[in-house]
Each structure stands twice: as structure tokens, then as C-alpha cells.
Design a protein around this ligand. Sequence first.
Ligand code: NOJ
Length: 523
Amino acid sequence: HRDRETCHVLVLVLCLSAAEDFDWTKNDRGSFYYGTFPAGFSWGAGSSAYQTEGAWDQDGKGLSIWDVFSHRKGKILQNDTGDSSCQGYYKIKEDISLMKELKLDHYRFSISWPRIMPTGIKSDHVNEKGIKYYDELIDNLLENKITPIATLYHWDLPQVLQEKYGGWQNISMVNYFNEFANLCFERFGNRVKYWITLNNPWSVAVEGYETGEHAPGLKLRGTGAYRAAHHMIKAHAKVWHTYDTKWRGKQKGLVGISLSGDWGEPVDISNQKDIEAAERYVQFYIGWFATPIFHGDYPQVMKDFIGRKSAQQGLGTSRLPTFSSQEKSYVKGTCDFLGIGHFTTRYITQKNYQSGHGSSSYFTDRDLAELVDPRWPDPGSEWLYSVPWGFRRLLNFVKAQYRNPMIYVTENGVSEKIMCTELCDDWRIQYYKDYTNEMLKAIKDGVNVRGYTAWSLLDKFEWDEGYSERFGLYYVDFRNKNKPRYPKASVQYYKRIISSNGFPNQREVRLVILNGYTDIRCK
Ligand code: NOJ
């Protein structure tokens, strides 16, 4: 009996510590790793509706918050808009031929909510022409043996829901989003087996409702982001339950969420304060959403820091909303796979912020400072430094914290500055090479990564940066009304990674063949 008790205690200790076993003090950068990805690994590329479709007011589509935001002067660099963008709405066949050229296994796209529900509310109107567009896209992908991965929310909330209810500030979004998702399952779920509820809710919360750089452009500092996130987490969970109870039996698909997260590396890995600050950075980023979804509640460190700072401001309750115990168990475990969007890394060190009246914000709540190494390459966007080893660290962190979930990398890539109209994007080749190689190392570390999505297939509307930041494998000439696409050099390179499923060591392969071995293990 005693033995059994000890055993139970041991199991409990092991379970509790399983979430903690990420080792901050070891950062083994290693060298290039020759090897291939597991058989069946899925290679893809991605896009999103507002960034590529154009046709903003065609065939009965309603307005989204991005249509309205981008039409307001001064919100987007050079007052660019997504009105016509890549004209992807009219180019299904052409774009699928680009995917075929790359030999993609999957394509990640998003469904524009106001294109199929113009006001966002099902009982108002369902736009069959919008449905027809996605039907065609999905059918064409499948005919070409490309697996569709559909995102339900890539930031284009119907404007009516923003105006009437305040968008994600309002709990009613949970039901409206669920009705929209349910319609998508009903109409597309016989063919789409991979669903992503929300794309990068961190950005929606922080940039949409805290800093106001993104639509809807609200600056509700210190509260707006937390409230938006709270409602998005509940909305995600509700949609997962809807699929689980109503559709999974018939359709046999998977529902996940796509979270973005930069990696945060302690400036000094022998300094406990830096380690704690780096962990806070990651917890306030990816942990904010992943911890409720995998463990049922916000990260303890967010509850502690935001709670303490709220009290110092004289507030009766924390600015971070709370989940009831019922909500915790409803939200916990609502993820069949975890989508990870990752682009860059920061060095992190501890920095205290005083929480005076009215000066609170998500950023000061974290008590840290972000630094970069000036030697890191930054070929494109100002914020995007190429730090490949950070990717492996993040993936290992996710494995340790959330009990090794099934992961699909839903976004990874690099942009270029507008001046560069050449198609010889060697820095992008380098970025893809190094980042996918670090992903391979992470898989060897035991991280359960099943697929990779290069971001993005095409150059496209890059939110508040307009068309100035080009992430595409294909160059798009936006000045030409037809928006022609041209392959950059990285197309050939990515194609090669895909066709050899990684980085087989050519010399070893030859040697082994010479020696007559059939079972090749490249190290
Ligand atoms: C994440 C967003 O989801 C995507 O839409 C955007 O293009 C990339 N970040 C690059 O900034």
C-alpha cells in the first residue's frame, strides 16, 4: 500500500515537473545538421484573405474592420489598402499552378468572414457567392493533391460587429464567431480537415486594442488587449467544442489555433533575473494563449505581475480577467494541434516599470527590456532579425510546457525592403535554410512538428506597412493592374528542400550506396 502511495506521489511529481523541464541554461547552437524530415512531413506555403484576395467590395462581400481602417488616411504606410492586393480572388488557378511548381503538400489560406456573412451575423444574410469562391479554391487544391489548411479568423472582423458591439471587447463575439465557424464546418468540412480558429490572437489583442497600430485601431492601454484576448480564448474554445460535438464524428478533421511567438533569450544565461525576465517575455507572448488552452488558466506569472500592478494602481481587481472554474475546464484541452507562427528572437533582461495612475500597459506589465544583437541580419522588416537558433529554443519550450503537442508551423519567413526589386533573394534562401534546419534539429530533440508553412506564397498587403514589406516566394508587381507573379530565387531553393525532404548529406548518400547499404542514416 505504502509502495503504491509512493508511486502515486512520484507520478504526480513527474507530471508536475514535466511542464517545467525546459533548460534555460543550455543553448547548444551546434552546426548545420544533415538529415531528412520524417516521412509524411508536410511542406506548404501560406496567405491570408485580406492580405491577398482583393475584391474588397465584390459579389456581395461586407466590410471588414481592415477595409475601414485602411481607408482612413494616415493609418497605413503610403495610405495603401487591400482593395485589390494580389487579386487572388480572381486567380485561383494561376496561384495553384505556382503551388504545383513548388510541389507543396499543403496550402494555408484564410476565409474572410464578411465575404460569406456580410454583417457577421448569420441570421442577417449568408452570401452564396462568397461560399462559391472558397468552394472553388478548396476543390482546385484537392484536385491538385494539395491539402487545404483553413484559418477562420485572420483579423478581418466584419465591421458591423465592431460598430455594434465593440468587436473583441465584447463577449458576444464568442457566439457570432461560433456561428460563422459552424457554417464553415457545415459547408467546407467535408473537404477541409485542418482548421485553425484564430490566427495570431496576440497581434489582434495588442496591436488592435492596445497600441491601435492595427484595425480596429483602439488604444485601450492596460486593459483592451487582456479583454480582447479573454474573449478570443473563449471563442476558440467554443468553436473547438462545436467541432468536437457536432462535426468530428462525420468529418474526422482537426481543430487548432495558430499562435505567434518571438523567442526571448536571457541576455545572461547565468543570471537568474534575466532567465525569469526571458520566461516572462515568452509567457506574455505565446503562454498567454497556450497556457489556458493546454492547462486551463493564464500563466501564473501573468496573474502575479498584472495582479500586483493593478493593486498598486489602486484597482480593486486585476486588469487581467479571470476564468471561472467551469470556464477553465471548458477551455482546457481544446487543441488538436498547435499552429506556431515564428519569425524572430530578442534578448531579454529585467527592467522595472513603475505603475503610476493611467500609465499601465501590456508592455510595462512585463517588467523587461528587449535587446537585439547588432550582428543579427535584418534584411527586411525593422523588427525581423534572423536568429535561427531561437526557433529551436521556442519549439523545445513548447514541447516542455504543453506536453509535446502536435505542431504545425503555420508561418515562418522573411521580408525584404521595397527598394529591392531583384529576384535574387539570397538572404531569404539563407533564412529558410537556417530556420528549417533548426526545425529539423528540434524534431531530433523530440519536438512533434508535423508540417511547415513558408510565409508567404506571394508578396502581399503587410498590414500597417502596406506593400512596403515583401514576404513572398513570388514577387508581385503591384503597379500592374493584373498583378503578375514572378518567382524569386528562393522558389527554386524551397522546392529543393521539399523534394529532398530536408538536407540529405550528398557525400554520405553516395558513400553508402557505393558500400551497398540500403538503410541510410545521414548524420
Ligand atoms: C504574422 C501575421 O499573421 C501575418 O499576417 C503577417 O504577414 C506576418 N506576421 C508577417 O508580419
